[in-house]
Design a protein around this ligand. Sequence first.
Ligand code: PLP
Length: 480
Amino acid sequence: MTDDTDHETFAYDQARWTDDDERYEPLLSEKNTEAVDVDTPLPDELTREELELPSLSEPELARHYTRLSEMNYGVDSGPFPLGSCTMKYNPKFTEDVAVHPDGLVHPDRSADTVQGNLQLQYELQDYLGRIGGMDAVTLQPPAGAAGEFTGILVAREYHRANDDDRSEVIVPESAHGTNFASAAMAGYDVVTLPGGDDGRVDLEALEAALSEETAALMLTNPNTLGLFERDIVEIAEMVHDVGGLLYYDGANLNALLGRARPGDMGFDIMHYNVHKTFATPHGGGGPGAGPVGVTAELAEFLPDPHVRKADGDYERYSPDSSIGKVHGYAGNWLVLVKTFAYIARLGDEGLADASAKAVLNANYLAEQLEYEVPFGPFHHEFVASAGDQDAADAAKRMLDYGVHPPTTKWPEIVEEALMTEPTEAENRRSLDQLAAAFNAVRNDDEETLETAPERTAAGRIDQVAAARDPELSWQALDEE
Ligand SMILES: *Cc1c(COP(=O)(O)O)cnc(C)c1O
């Protein structure tokens, strides 16, 4: 492929290892097993005498997992514009840093023996605080959703400490489902805020929703349509005027990195999705982490332990009015090591460059699409409308052209939504490849769309059964 193949699509076939419709790559236990004598000090009634275990050579094992990976699609396979998820490429140097032997120590080790690890946690708290404009940061929550829950618990403790019990959290209708869930799990009634005609927060609707019962407003900025909430300073004032707190959902921080800070906009609490913004793996490659930043007056409520520096040493401590633990120890430690490595490598300039390119890439891509993009001007992501096509069918078809589809059917404000976020990691060639795939699908006929994908290892999977009734062990398969 050369630079001038602008609008060509790429035929793409995923690996298929057998002709069997049901099973593609045999399970390890189906390849070869051997009975192994069990020799253990455990009591007889708790053990078996013999165990049938897979017995394979190292090359067989390596090939098995390589084959499975070839039946899948990931950020190492091609463009992955899954909107709102920020599926940017995870640079491999962070993996090297994460396997450094000094980092692989038991979290119960005493502070004086792991000063370097505590220093990394301390400096990462500081990095994130400076990036978000927050005074204190906890690294403990293991995901964005867990960060939201943590942040709302902090808000709840803050209000309780002021003898000010409040019952409501306001969430815009375009927000991610986890916002509603986090507020509800923390015991709040969720008030849904309808969007304005321009896709942003409607100040009149906000005024009507705010009251003495408002514990917090949760906002994503830019929002899930990629639109910046221009009235954010006024919104912050309105929320603070009724005594509420403003929560920032950091999923879209990639649009602002190194340029604007939630803390400067008036946000009191925020989470960072490090597996989105700071290029640690997620999805099947997870786990992630969801550190939470807060203003100085909320710092005493952060989870235990927190890391501070005292007399030149780093130490763990419990903040005065801590909400307790939301995860074991320091959270997903090796994910945090990768986050630190990524931020340190990019530096101030690199982070600002990432957000510039993320926004430029989204706009460059949208400009080429034959699908309509109803709301703008947008930042790092946009929501196109599949119009008379079914967005889910269009998404399945995109796999046949060698690209991962966008997020579909959300937010519901856009008809048959294709929520698209190319990220800064794609260069012009892969953006052109993406555009060509979108436009090819736009022009595919209905029958092709309804039966797609045809070139992947698995066709249409029963997504409801996969979520509600998963069979995750080989025993379950064998019992069928
Ligand atoms: C991804 C996302 C979340 C949840 O974050 P997780 O890390 O997946 O738990 C919350 N809000 C928005 C807008 C998101 O895109």
